[in-house]
Design a protein around this ligand. Structure first.
Ligand code: NAD
Ligand code: DAU
Length: 356
């Protein structure tokens, strides 16, 4: 079936999920134009897009989603019809240390982008083909008990961290722009992603890197918190399905069907590293596991009910956590030159603040 080509603006396209999505889109739709707008905060990295450098249909602009004149100019120049909005401050622990940047980028930045895109959409005859796809998180639904049903699209919002509160604020703005102005918005709320280009501060890369360096593996609290792990490639295919076949104004929950307790996940990573890494400083690496003070307000369990996207759009995750973790561990082993420069002095200072 033929499809009309699109001109995409991908915000946060040099971050973890955004860069995986740019690889996905450029690989699947080489005739589309992709403009990446990324502020290159500590989490943004041009290296994530290095293998696409020089492609005629891909342009990178370093800039802030909150810079309205810049965004207005880019929407016009590139005749953007589709915004895929990944840019955000994304780490819960950093939101506890300094919530201001989260409100600024996640709430005010999203508002600026929505307003710029609304003006651009109106100037182009309010085209029904335009899309504003907002990437959100399961964390907006709060925390589940062990026996609670998984989050569905109708679960009431109950964010518990400054990060999730700021994402909830941005979700409400997106919803309001559909209901008030008819802007063709789409939203996905997904569970924990993992895979290539994941910044070292997050659980899975942090554990992989610490095992390789023989450093303690800090498990928060009792390690019994549960996350629903989604391979990042599956997330990209879900966003693709929603952009092509989703209904404007709708929200779709995206999950991996892979609920795992943190401590079990760390054990799986230790076993994989023991098997795949030849020269570990400490072996077996599970000897490095260290229980540390819990994260304040730590959500106990997340789980996604992805029935809607499965039944309406035919999307299902392809990766099991066993296979996906193996691929991820292999990636971190073969990409030491990617992650080593990220362990900068600034990162070490952050690390000391959280784990001291
Ligand atoms: P990330 O922190 O790896 O990347 C964020 C990117 O946004 C970086 O490249 C950064 O430079 C850029 N950015 C930050 N502020 C900006 C600004 N003001 N203007 C322009 N660019 C800016 O994040 P991620 O893990 O890739 O998450 C991407 C999106 O997915 C976020 O909206 C996050 O809330 C959401 N999400 C993430 C997960 C996950 O498990 N990582 C799960 C659910 C939802
Ligand atoms: O659920 C989706 C969310 O997943 C996204 O919206 C966020 O952007 C993303 O960062 C992620 O949030 P989490 O807080 O769940 O991810 P993180 O990797 O920080 O932690 C995963 C779990 O591991 C969590 O229960 C806290 C725990 N943890 C984390 C770190 C960094 C530890 O026990 N030790 C650690 O050192």
């Amino acid at each position: 079936m033929s499809r009309t080509s699109r001109n995409l603006l991908v915000t946060g396209g040099a971050g973890f999920i955004g860069s995986n999505f740019v690889h996905h889109w450029c690989g699947h739709y080489p005739g589309d134009r992709v403009l990446v707008l990324d502020a290159l905060t500590y989490a943004g990295n041009r290296q994530n897009l290095a293998s696409l450098e020089g492609k005629a249909n891909l342009r990178f602009v370093q800039g802030d989603i909150g810079d309205r004149p810049l965004v207005d100019g880019l929407l016009r120049e590139e005749a953007i019809d589709t915004v895929v909005h990944f840019a955000a401050e994304s780490h819960v622990d950093r939101s506890i240390l300094g919530p201001g940047a989260f409100v600024q980028t996640n709430v005010v930045g999203t508002f600026t982008l929505l307003e710029a895109f609304r003006q651009h959409w109106m100037a182009n005859g309010q085209s029904a083909e335009y899309r504003f796809h907002h990437i959100s998180t399961d964390e907006v639904y709060g925390s589940l008990g062990a026996e609670d049903p998984a989050f569905s699209e109708t679960t009431p919002y109950a964010p518990n961290s400054p990060y999730s509160a700021s994402k909830a604020g941005s979700d409400h703005l997106v919803r309001a722009y559909y209901h008030t102005y008819g802007l063709p918005t789409l939203m996905t709320n997904c569970s924990n992603n993992y895979g290539p280009y994941h910044f070292p501060e997050k659980l899975i890369p942090l554990m992989c890197i610490n095992i390789l360096m023989g450093k303690p593996l800090p498990v928060y609290g009792d390690g019994q918190n549960v996350r629903d792990w989604l391979y990042v490639g599956d997330h990209c295919s879900a966003v693709d399905a929603v952009i092509h076949r989703g209904t404007p104004g709708e929200t779709y929950n995206v999950g991996g069907n892979n609920e795992v307790k943190n401590l079990d996940l760390v054990h799986m990573l230790c076993n994989l590293m023991d098997e795949l890494a030849p020269d570990l400083p400490v072996r077996p690496s599970k000897k490095l596991i260290t229980f540390v003070k819990d994260r304040p307000g730590h959500d106990r369990r997340y789980a996604i009910d992805a029935t809607k996207i499965q039944t309406e759009l035919g999307w299902t995750p392809a990766e099991t956590v066993e296979k996906g973790l193996r691929r991820t561990v292999e990636w971190y082993l073969s990409h030491q030159s990617w992650w080593q420069p990220l362990l900068s002095e600034e990162y070490q200072a952050y690390y000391r603040q959280v784990y001291a």
